[in-house]
Design a protein around this ligand. Structure first.
Ligand SMILES: [Mg+2]
Length: 369
């Protein structure tokens, strides 16, 4: 098979601020696999979880020397390919994993969710994200989301560098706006909170009663992730007995190994393809989490519709979908991931079911981007 990379930029309509900083645009990579005249595409890009950082440049530098070495491989030989991709970082592996899954699905003429036997009737609505900011700015962002789609599941970023008082004010303002929406339209909204590791254990414990009082349905990653697995587990273990709402690990949970380590101390995990290294590990994690009685959240970074369309293949297994990044892009080059109201639709096309621009599809193979 032949493989190559293309770089492209994704620009947010509204920059997103979280506890670690602000993102307004990113550079991502398109991974293309061609075999027997059929092409598969994957998307990847850099990410930062506080304790781990991968730049898009570093991911490209990993993939560029490997791709020519795969000339003798076939996208059908998943098991034979596994050890050859095992040394890659999770986001580098993700790009190739998605292109290979896309190729296989196209080869068999079916979307991946159908090949996996998943139930298209089991999909939940996606949440939309409110970043950090002043209460006025965050309420304006919420109003803008509601102009775009009738969102019923709202995810609020907390863990502000400005401290707990700011977090309390933001939470109260957003909860009041949701109550007003319910009174005005009859539409009840769910509120989730993601602190992105911005709280200490003491701060998290102090916030729990307020989260409960405002009816928050889910708390994601309150404490900073630790590189040492024992320290990381200890934070969740200390908080979980006191947490009256579902506690979900995001930055702390990258792999099946992390899931098994954290399972006794959380109520759910947030799977993201850039952390898991693609759909192979993500499917294993989603099925294992459900078997263990944990809720599955499915999230994104500043990703385009190719990455989110790949993640959407898992939607029937997901209790809390959180795939809204492509809805906040002004230059997403991909199409095929549609929404009805606030519910993402399973892509209907074979493979990942996502279209790339015609000019990219027709690019001669010898022209490297
Ligand atoms: Mg999160």
């Amino acid at each position: 098979m032949r493989c190559r990379l293309r770089r492209f930029t994704l620009t947010k309509a509204v920059p997103l601020a979280i506890s670690r900083g602000v993102t307004s645009s990113v550079e991502h990579l398109l991974v293309e696999v061609e075999h027997h005249g059929l092409r598969g595409w994957g998307e990847t890009g850099g990410l930062d979880t506080g304790h781990r950082h991968y730049s898009t440049e570093a991911i490209a530098a990993e993939l560029e020397p490997l791709l020519p070495q795969l000339a003798d491989a076939s996208p059908l030989e998943d098991q034979a390919l596994e050890p050859r991709l095992a040394g890659l970082s999770p986001p580098a592996r993700c790009g190739l994993d998605l292109a290979l899954h896309d190729w296989r699905g196209k080869h068999f003429g079916q979307p991946l969710w159908r090949l996996w036997g998943l139930d298209p009737g089991a999909c939940a609505a996606t949440s939309v994200t409110l970043g950090l900011g002043s209460s006025e700015a965050v309420l304006a962002r919420l109003a803008r989301w509601w102009q775009q789609l009738p969102a019923t599941r709202i995810k609020l970023k907390l863990g502000s560098p400005d401290g707990l008082e700011h977090d309390r004010a933001l939470l109260a303002a957003v909860a009041a706006a949701l109550e007003q929406r319910r009174q005005d339209t009859g539409a009840a909204c769910e509120l989730q909170v993601d602190a992105n590791g911005g709280w200490s254990l003491e701060q998290a414990l102090a916030m729990l009663p307020l989260l409960e009082a405002h009816g928050v349905v889910l708390l994601e990653q309150p404490l900073a992730p630790h590189a040492d697995p024992a320290d990381d587990t200890a934070g969740f273990a200390a908080l979980h007995p006191h947490c009256p709402l579902p506690l979900v690990a995001d930055e702390s949970c990258w792999s099946l190994e992390d899931l098994l380590r954290l399972a006794p101390h959380v109520d759910g995990i947030n799977i993201k393809l850039l952390k898991s290294g693609g759909l192979g590990e993500a499917l294993l994690m989603a099925r294992t989490a459900r078997r263990l009685g944990l809720g599955v959240m499915l999230g994104c970074y500043s990703d385009g519709a190719l990455l989110n369309g790949a993640a959407a293949q898992l939607l029937p297994l997901v209790r809390w979908p959180d795939l809204d990044s492509h809805l906040n892009l002004v230059d997403d080059p991909f199409s095929g991931l549609d929404a009805e109201a606030d519910q993402l639709q399973l892509p209907r096309g074979a493979g990942l079911g996502i279209e790339v621009p015609v000019a990219w599809q027709q690019a001669p193979w010898q022209e490297q981007a």
